[in-house]
Structures are given as C-alpha cells and as structure tokens.
Design a protein around this ligand. Structure first.
Ligand code: PGA
Length: 254
C-alpha cells in the first residue's frame, strides 16, 4: 500500500510574513489528515520561518530547487547541505526550471543523487510539453526523463524518491489531464520505465504524484485512479480551503 503524498508548490509567491500566514491557514486545513504525507514547499527565504510550524503539525517541508554541489563558487545557488536539517524534501526538474532555467535531464539526475546523499527526498518531475503531447510523443519523453533521472541510483535509493508526472500543458492552465489519461501515462510509461530499470516490485512501491491544474473539483477523480498516489499542487496550494479539499481527497485513498 503506497501512502498518498500531496505537496504544495508555492512557486515564486509570498513574502516571508505572508508565507507564515499562509502556512498557519494551510495547516489548519490539512493537519487532521495524517494518513496523507503532506508537504509544503515555500520559497527558500521562507523555509527557516515556516519550519517550526510545519514540524509541530507533523507536516513535511520542501525546497523547490537546489544545486547539486555541497558548496563553492556558485553565486545565487543553494546547496543540499544547506537544506538538510532545514527541510526534508526537494522538488527537482520542475518543468519551469527545465523551461526557463536550463535544467536538463543530466542536472535533474545530479540533483536527485545529491538530494539522496544528503538525506532529502527528491520529488522528481517529468512531463511532456504540448507539442510533444500533440505529436504522440508523451511515452517517449516521460520514459527518457525517467530513465535519465534515475541513472546511477540503486533500487534502495530509488525507493526513497517520489515522482511527479506533470504534463507541461496542464500546469497553470486550468486544463488538467483526464484522470484516466494521467493514470495511463503513470502506470504504463513511468512505472514501466522504473520496472525496466529496477523491477516490478520497485515500480509498484514507488509513489507517483500527478500535477497540473489539480483543484478541489478534480482531485477526487484523480486520486481514485490506481496509479496516482497524490498530487503536486501549484495554484490551488495558495488557497487553504481548496488545498485542504485536495488533501482530503487523497486521504480517501489511504
Ligand atoms: P498548477 O501547478 O497546480 O498551478 O497547475 C502545478 C505545478 O507546477 O507543480
């Protein structure tokens, strides 16, 4: 039985005082659903402030990105050593990082490895862009991204990761993938790739979230799919009642 995991990706939103207020409001909505692994991912600058509240509520904390090196001359970057002890998760390979900040399959792999080496759980994002989807290349793209992200990771390490399937055309557009469509990509292609890389046991044990325009209205249908183990939520994670409803929908899986 895979424990559902729902993560809030706030992206580049909220000042530190606003993050504190939003955390309080979100926690009030999600604290009760202990069967669900809940994670809040604010901006780097808010992590220290939010950490004690999340910890007291039994809710996980994550960063939205990091560098793979421990330290060095990388102006503006944040290292896994800085995050370890401050948070427990890190999103790697989000499509916005791939699209706007030069993230590649190779850097996603480096970041996933660095996260694991430093005791952080990477939430590894994969997903096709609209043109790839329309060209019928979804399988090829998510398989390539999955294989690349896990290169060099042992089965034991892979089991400590979470995958987020986020079709890029569904992110922030209000057009979520259909529950059956997302389930098929995850079940056939992402778990398929993991099964080829490791074993069907590993592929079945690993948790895979869906992300892309998840709302209170579509969460129950998405969470009812057998291969969708939770959600990576952007816009709706800034709205406490709505995020609460998404976590509640995930709790129905547990
Ligand atoms: P969205 O973003 O929920 O606003 O579509 C999801 C994500 O980018 O993780």
């Amino acid at each position: 039985m895979r424990r559902p995991v729902v993560a809030a990706n706030w992206k580049m939103n909220k000042t530190v005082p606003e993050a504190l207020d939003l955390t309080r409001d979100l926690l009030a909505q999600i604290q009760a659903y202990t069967a669900v692994e809940r994670v809040i991912c604010p901006a780097f600058v808010a992590l220290t402030t939010v950490a004690p509240l999340a910890a007291a509520a039994g809710v996980g904390l994550g960063a939205q990105n990091m560098h793979w090196e421990k330290s060095g001359a990388y102006t503006g970057e944040v290292s896994p050593l800085m995050l370890a002890g401050l948070c427990q998760y890190v999103i790697v390979g989000h499509s916005e990082r791939r699209q706007y900040f030069g993230e590649t399959d190779e850097t996603v792999n480096k970041k996933a490895r660095a996260a694991l080496l430093n005791g952080l759980t990477p939430i590894i994002c994969v997903g096709e862009v609209l043109a790839e989807n329309e060209a019928g290349r979804t399988a090829e793209v998510v398989i390539r991204q999955t294989r690349a992200a896990y290169a060099g990771l042992s089965a034991e390490e892979a089991l400590k990761t979470i995958v987020a399937y986020e079709p890029v055309w569904a992110i922030g557009t209000g057009k979520a993938a259909t529950p059956a469509g997302a389930n098929a990509v995850i079940g056939l292609h992402i778990r398929g790739a993991l099964s080829d890389l490791y074993s069907s046991t590993v592929a079945d044990a690993l948790r895979v979230q869906y992300g892309g325009s998840v709302t209170a209205a579509n969460a129950a249908d998405l969470m009812a799919q057998p291969d969708i183990d939770g959600a990576l939520v952007g816009g709706a994670s800034l709205k406490p009642a709505e995020f609460g409803a998404i976590v509640r929908a995930a709790s129905a899986r547990a």
